[in-house]
Design a protein around this ligand. Structure first.
Ligand SMILES: *[C@@H]1O[C@H](CO)[C@@H](O)[C@H](O)[C@H]1NC(C)=O
Length: 224
């Protein structure tokens, strides 16, 4: 029996009986056990975070905004921000470490030499990140992009023949034609007084044009 139980019963103003003493002891012990487990979990998380930080130390990172925000919101969402970001990228052109908040690191791979082994790695070595892909799930469902494990392998095997290079090669000519039409449009606009333009609609139309030509063999001239 814990010595503190008598004191606790006295504090609660409850009469002391053997049963109550035992009950309170058991409750206190459970609470202690629960707190201990919580502490252990917290320590384990801290240890894992420490190991992650040590492994990430070899990657260069731009100066952080502060310890809480990390690199969040460091660059303005306009042209100035893009130019600032480019200045940083000019110095670090292999891989960059950025912190999203105080505990979430993000490695941005810039150089093809760094991207290639990751893209070629098996799903067991480079699993999909639940946090980032989780955001897309309600939107894209459990398709080829987001699924993993056996489901992904099965779907991938079914799709592979359709995307074989030999099958895709003839379509390259169509892709290039459609892109040339878009570039021609931009050149005409640039000769006029247009200094900046919203590319979204142009690229969407170019995609639609390519799809119509490749999938339906239909030329709708939708880009003109
Ligand atoms: C970007 O935004 C900042 C702050 O809102 C502003 O000072 C700056 O002039 C903007 N840059 C451009 C190119 O619009």
């Amino acid at each position: 029996m814990l010595p503190i139980t008598e004191h606790l019963l006295h504090l609660l103003g409850v009469e002391k009986t053997t049963f109550r003493l035992y009950a309170v002891s058991v409750l206190l012990l459970s609470l202690l056990f629960f707190l201990f487990r919580l502490l252990m979990q917290f320590l384990r998380l801290c240890w894992r975070f420490y190991i992650t930080c040590r492994r990430l130390r070899c990657f260069p990172q731009p100066p952080r905004r502060n310890w809480l925000l990390g690199h969040l919101g460091l660059y303005l969402p306009n042209e100035t921000g893009l130019q600032d970001e480019k200045k940083v990228l000019d110095n670090m052109h292999h891989v960059i470490l950025v912190w999203i908040g105080p505990v979430l690191p993000l490695l941005v791979l810039v150089h093809p030499d760094y991207i290639k082994p990751l893209v070629g790695a098996s799903a067991a070595i480079a699993p999909k990140d639940d946090l980032f892909y989780g955001f897309l799930k309600p939107w894209l469902g459990d398709g080829l992009l987001l699924s993993k494990g056996d489901k992904w392998s099965r779907h991938r095997r079914l799709l592979t023949p359709a995307f074989h290079f030999d099958i895709l090669k003839p379509y390259m000519k169509i892709f290039n034609q459609c892109t040339d039409i878009m570039h021609g449009k931009w050149r005409r606009l640039a000769q006029g007084s247009v200094v900046s333009l919203d590319m979204f609609e142009h690229v969407s139309l170019m995609t639609l044009d390519s799809l119509q030509k490749c999938v339906f063999s239909y030329n709708s001239n939708c880009q003109e």
